[in-house]
Ligand binder design. Structure first.
Ligand SMILES: [Mn+2]
Length: 317
C-alpha cells in the first residue's frame, strides 16, 4: 500500500498583505491560491497511484479574523481535494487563534469552518499510517506532554514555535528525545525548507507558501512543498517540489526597505558633491544657496533625497 503526504508550510492566507508587498489586497490571495492550484494538480496526479492526504502544520491564516473571502477560498480548495479522495489534516499556529487562546482554539478561530480535519491530541489511522497533531506548544515540555497524550503515532503535525532560526539550531528540537522512525511535519520555520534528521526522527519543514516579507524574499525563500512517501506503512522517501505561478511578479516586495543603508551612503556622496559645486558657484553669483543648489541638482538629475540632504547641510552651516 502506497501513501503520500503532501506537506505545505505556513500558508498565511490573507487579502491584507504587508505594506511593502507590491501585490495588493485580493491579488495577493489570488497569487496564493494560484500556488495551491499547482498543489491540486500534484495531488490529482499522485492519487492515481497513492492514497494522498494534504498536511497543513499551522499558520493557515495570516490573521485570526480572516475575511470571509479567505475562509471561503480555503474551504473551496479543501472541498476540491476531498472530492478527489484527498483529506486535509492540520494543526493551528499562533496566527489563527484569537488572543493566543490555544486551549479553546475551536471557539477562537475560523479554522473549524474550513473543512480541514484537526486531530489535535488524537491519532487518526490513515491507510495504516498513524497521524496525530499537537497543539501550538512552545518549548519541549508542551510538545512532550502532547506527545504522551497522543500515544503511538508515525506522523506528528506540529507548529514548532521556531526561535531562533534556522531549524537545526533550535535548541528545543535538539533536546527532544524522539522515537525512532517518527516523522514530524513542522510549521513556523519560514526560513528553513528542508528535512532534518535527529535521533532517527525526521523533521520536515516547507517554509512558508510565499515568502512573507522583504527579508524572506531577498534571502531567496522558495514556494514549495514536501511530499512524504510511505510504502507498506514505512517511510520510503521525501521529495521537494517548487511551486511557481504565472501571477508571481519579479518584484513581489519593495526591496528598498532593505537597501536603505546602501542608499543613504550613495546619497551622502551625492549630497557632498552638490555642496562642493555650490561653493564654486557662490563665488560667481549672489543667488541664494538654496536656489543655487536646486539649480545644480536640476542640471545633474540627482536623487531628490540627496538634494534634501545637501539643503540640510547648507542650512546647518
Ligand atoms: Mn508562520
Amino acid at each position: 500500500m502506497k501513501t503520500a503526504l503532501v506537506c505545505l508550510g505556513d500558508l498565511h492566507l490573507t487579502d491584507k498583505p504587508t505594506k511593502h508587498c507590491t501585490v495588493k489586497d485580493v491579488q495577493f490571495l489570488n497569487l496564493q491560491m494560484s500556488l495551491l492550484d499547482k498543489v491540486t494538480k500534484h495531488v490529482k496526479k499522485l492519487s492515481k497511484t497513492h492514497n494522498v492526504a494534504v498536511i497543513l502544520p499551522g499558520d493557515i491564516f495570516d490573521h485570526w479574523n480572516a475575511s470571509p473571502r479567505v475562509v471561503t477560498q480555503l474551504s473551496n480548495w479543501v472541498t476540491v481535494l476531498y472530492g478527489m479522495g484527498c483529506p486535509t489534516f492540520g494543526t493551528h499556529g499562533q496566527h489563527e487563534v484569537r488572543a493566543h487562546a490555544f486551549s479553546t482554539w475551536k471557539e477562537n478561530s475560523y479554522l473549524p469552518l474550513t473543512g480541514v480535519f484537526f486531530f489535535i491530541n488524537e491519532v487518526y489511522n490513515f491507510d495504516g499510517v498513524k497521524i496525530a497533531a499537537v497543539p501550538y506548544s512552545p518549548g519541549v515540555e508542551g510538545y512532550l506532554k502532547a506527545r504522551d497524550e497522543i500515544g503511538e503515532a508515525d506522523v506528528i503535525i506540529w507548529h514548532v514555535s521556531a526561535s531562533p532560526n534556522p531549524a537545526p539550531e533550535i535548541a528545543h528540537i535538539r533536546d527532544i528525545p524522539m522515537d525512532s522512525g517518527k516523522v514530524v511535519i513542522c510549521g513556523d520555520i519560514h526560513n528553513f525548507q528542508e528535512t532534518y534528521k535527529h535521533n532517527d526522527t525526521v523533521f520536515v519543514s516547507q517554509g512558508a507558501l510565499l515568502p512573507m516579507n522583504v527579508g524572506e524574499w531577498v534571502s531567496g525563500n522558495k514556494s514549495g512543498m514536501h511530499t512524504v512517501y510511505f510504502e507498506d506503512k514505512k517511510l520510503d522517501r521525501i521529495e521537494w517540489t517548487e511551486l511557481t505561478s504565472d501571477l508571481m511578479p519579479t518584484d513581489l516586495y519593495d526591496t528598498r526597505v532593505l537597501l536603505d543603508v546602501e542608499l543613504s551612503e550613495e546619497i551622502e556622496k551625492s549630497a557632498e558633491n552638490l555642496k562642493e559645486r555650490l561653493e564654486q558657484m557662490k563665488k560667481e553669483t549672489s543667488i541664494s544657496d538654496e536656489a543655487l543648489l536646486r539649480m545644480i541638482a536640476g542640471k545633474l538629475d540627482v536623487n531628490p533625497l540627496a538634494l534634501d540632504l545637501a539643503l540640510d547641510m547648507v542650512r546647518v552651516q
